[in-house]
Design a protein around this ligand. Sequence first.
Ligand SMILES: NC(=O)c1ccc[n+]([C@@H]2O[C@H](COP(=O)([O-])OP(=O)(O)OC[C@H]3O[C@@H](n4cnc5c(N)ncnc54)[C@H](O)[C@@H]3O)[C@@H](O)[C@H]2O)c1
Length: 378
Amino acid sequence: MKTVRCGIIGCGLMGREFASAAARWCHLTDLDVRPELVACCDPNEAALGWFQASFPAIKRYADYRQLLSEPEVQAVYCAVPHHLHQQIYCDILQAGKHLLGEKPFGIDQAANDAILACAARHKDVFVRCSSEFPFFPAVQRIGTMIEKDAFGTILEVSAGFLHSSDLNPTKPINWKRMVRFNGEYGCMGDLGMHVCHVPFRAGWTPRNVRAVLSNIVPERPDGKGGMAPCETWDNATLLCEATGADKKPFPLTLKMQRIAPGEMNTWYLEIKGTKACARFSTKNPKRLELLEYAGGEQAWRQIDVGYEPAFKAITGGIFEFGFPDAIQQMWAAFLDEMHHGRARNRFASCVRPEETALSHRLFSAALESQRRQSTVAL
Ligand SMILES: NC(=O)c1ccc[n+]([C@@H]2O[C@H](COP(=O)([O-])OP(=O)(O)OC[C@H]3O[C@@H](n4cnc5c(N)ncnc54)[C@H](O)[C@@H]3O)[C@@H](O)[C@H]2O)c1
């Protein structure tokens, strides 16, 4: 069993998720690589408290440069606000550490260009971007169908990620609602990579985009008794003309919404083709809907997909798969691909740097489309 010694930079919501996934690695049964958490870093003392209580043996730092100077750290998970991605990701790569970075992989196009240029200068390190929803077993099945070309000619693809907690106008502002920390992309920077992962991996490339972006709640409580401007885009709908391997254009609709009433954390994907159609939503995480057409009657069927992850686990096949499982599967994919030099399958693999670059071209074009109120070519 190969051990990869890992550090975490950014010990907030997502930093804790990785630490928890690493701590229950015994859950996975067919891997020959495992992470060992050896160090973590966050300038916020309170964020380190959970790590201190849960993993008393690991080193804790307030300055990430100290963590990077630790020779024993081989790989870093970096989950910090977007305005810090460029500086910290490049420093990680320059320190010769493997990187699983968080999306959007740079606050804007220029930052993403700089990170990719740095990665190109450090080809000895393995670099990927986080995105966990394709690891839901039903989505893995859809991935297998794409691999087998089961859909026929693609007619239409829709993908989205919907939240609703911002419907409450009294929710205090945080960094994800401020342009200087989250970026001009707003909800696209926050939610967009999740939506693009499967379409991009399938080879469905947007050629142009008409975006409708909405800033629905322009100010929010600042948490100190006053109000603060909330300048980021709350909702984005992107209608793209996309093409796949057969070069036949089809509509690709991508929705990223922070104000979608009734949606807690809904990631969905719907593919319509001449031979098959498939639908999945995390709202009903076991349910895979399929329509297969070989002439004759056309009918959707519903399948309850059990615990059938890409990387096998101890959990019985009839049990439910959830968000922490998807995070752990994503980590398994990252380490397995890093260790073996290839992904186990096309859809059980983390986002590649060039896919983040395509997402930045798309989101930058979407901003331009909103400004010009017209379709913008990528
Ligand atoms: N994959 C997912 O499902 C998912 C979900 C949420 C957020 N994210 C991404 O994860 C990243 C972090 O988001 P989050 O929700 O965990 O945010 P968060 O605010 O909960 O945590 C960010 C942490 O970074 C720390 N930090 C700030 N400056 C730092 C520095 N110089 N060095 C080290 N740590 C520093 C903060 O103190 C904070 O604890 C973002 O890129 C976000 O887009 C991914």
